[in-house]
Ligand binder design. Structure first.
Ligand SMILES: Cc1ncc(COP(=O)(O)O)c(C=O)c1O
Length: 362
C-alpha cells in the first residue's frame, strides 16, 4: 500500500463557493485567481471546474498561464505581474493573455513595441504600497498608454480588507472611485475580502482567490460563518501507535515530555508535505473525527499526536490535518501563519484526489 497522505479536492465545495460569490456579486464579472497551482489545489482541475462559471482567470506568470492553456482553458488569463521580460510578449499575445502594467519600465517597453499588444490592466497604487503607479503619476502613464490603442482597464489591490474596520480600505476605495470616475474605464479592486466585506469595492470585475477554496478572507472568522466550504481536505492515517511512560520525551530535540503515561499516534504527514514545521504542541488534528493535540516537533515525514482522548484509535485509522471538520484557518492560527500559506504550500509528493467532479470537468 502506498503512503496514505492525500489532499482530497472536493469540487462540490468549489461549486458551493462560486455560488456564494455569485450571490455577493450578481452583476460583476468574475476573474478566478488560480495562481500558485490554484492555491495548492491543482490549477488545471480547478480551472476546468470553474470555467463555466467565471469570465477570466488570473495567474502570476506566463508559465502558469501556459499550464491552463495546455489543460484546454480558453477564457482570458490575466498575468497579475505582467511580463517579467519583453521576450514574453509575443507568446502572451498568442496565448490570449492580458497583462497588468505596473511599472515605468513596462510602459517604456510597451511604447517601443511594434508587434500586437495584449489588453492592459493599469495597476494603481491606492494604498497597498507594493506594485503600481502612484495616483499622481497615473495621468502621464494613462496618456502614454493611450497612444497604443489597446484595451485598457483600471486595477488596484486592497491592503487591509480582511479587517472590516480598516481606515486604509476606506481611503483606497475613495481614491479608486475618483480614478474610475475620471478615466471611465472598466475597473477591478475586490479580492475575496472585498467581495465579502466591502460591497463598494466591487466595480466591474472581482478577483476572488482564497474564498473560492473555502477559507475565510476576513480576520477572526472561519469559512462556515460565510457559508464557504473547504475544497481541500488534507488527510493521512495513523501508521503506528506507541505507549510511553510519564516523563518520556517524544521526537526531535526531546522537546515534549509525556505528562502521564501516554498513547502516542504517529501520522504520515510532515513538513516535506507542506504541514507547517513550526506548528506548536496543541495544534488540533482529527483522529477518527475527534480532535487530538499535536505533540513534539513536526518531522519531515511524520507528526506525533497525543491519543489519550481517543483510546479506541488503531493503526490505519483516518487522520485529518485540515479541511472537512477542521478549519484550515484554525490550524494556520495555531501555527502562526495564514490559510493561504498552508494551502499553497502542499508539495508535489502529496497525492491529489479530485472528488465530486461534474461531468464536464475531468
Ligand atoms: C492582485 C490580486 N488580486 C486578487 C488576489 C486574490 O486574493 P484573495 O485570495 O485574498 O481573494 C490576489 C492574491 O494574492 C492578488 O494578488
Amino acid at each position: 500500500m502506498s503512503r496514505p497522505t492525500q489532499a482530497v479536492i472536493n469540487l462540490a465545495a468549489l461549486q458551493n463557493n462560486i455560488d456564494k460569490i455569485k450571490q455577493c456579486v450578481p452583476s460583476q464579472k468574475i476573474m478566478a485567481v488560480v495562481k500558485a497551482n490554484a492555491y495548492g489545489h491543482g490549477a488545471s482541475e480547478i480551472a476546468k471546474a470553474l470555467a463555466p462559471a467565471v469570465q477570466a482567470f488570473a495567474v502570476c506568470s506566463l508559465e502558469e498561464a501556459l499550464g491552463l492553456r495546455q489543460a484546454g482553458i480558453q477564457l482570458p488569463i490575466l498575468l497579475l505581474e505582467g511580463f517579467f521580460d519583453p521576450k514574453e510578449l509575443p507568446e502572451i499575445v498568442q496565448q490570449g493573455c492580458e497583462i497588468v502594467v505596473h511599472s515605468p519600465e513596462q510602459v517604456a517597453v510597451l511604447r517601443h513595441y511594434s508587434q500586437p499588444l495584449p489588453s492592459l490592466w493599469i495597476k494603481v497604487d491606492t494604498g497597498m504600497h507594493r506594485l503600481g503607479f502612484s495616483v499622481e503619476t497615473l495621468p502621464t502613464v494613462y496618456q502614454q498608454l493611450q497612444d497604443l490603442l489597446v484595451k485598457r482597464r483600471l486595477f488596484s489591490h486592497l491592503a487591509c480588507a480582511d479587517d472590516l474596520d480598516s481606515e486604509i480600505t476606506f481611503e483606497q476605495i475613495a481614491r479608486f472611485k475618483k480614478l474610475v470616475q475620471t478615466y471611465n474605464l472598466e475597473a477591478s479592486l475586490a479580492n475575496s475580502a472585498g467581495i465579502l466585506g466591502w460591497p463598494t469595492t466591487h466595480w466591474d470585475w472581482v478577483r476572488p482567490g482564497i474564498m473560492l477554496y473555502g477559507a475565510s478572507p476576513i480576520l477572526g472568522t472561519v469559512a462556515y460563518q460565510h457559508h464557504l466550504q473547504p475544497v481541500m481536505t488534507l488527510r493521512s492515517t495513523l501508521i503506528s501507535i506507541k505507549y510511553y511512560r510519564q516523563g518520556d520525551s517524544i521526537g526531535y530535540g526531546a522537546s515534549w515530555q509525556c505528562p502521564k503515561d501516554t498513547r502516542i499516534g504517529i501520522v504520515a504527514i510532515g513538513y516535506a508535505d507542506g504541514y507547517p514545521r513550526h506548528a506548536p504542541v496543541g495544534t488540533p488534528v482529527l483522529v477518527n473525527g475527534q480532535r487530538v493535540p499535536l505533540v513534539g516537533r513536526v518531522s519531515m515525514d511524520m507528526i506525533t499526536v497525543d491519543l489519550r482522548k481517543v483510546p479506541e484509535a488503531q493503526v490505519h485509522d483516518p487522520v485529518v490535518l485540515w479541511g472537512e471538520g477542521l478549519a484550515v484557518e484554525e490550524v494556520a492560527n495555531s501555527a502562526g501563519t495564514i490559510a493561504y500559506q498552508l494551502l499553497s504550500g502542499i508539495t508535489s509528493r502529496v497525492k491529489r484526489i479530485v472528488v465530486n467532479c461534474p461531468e464536464a470537468c475531468c
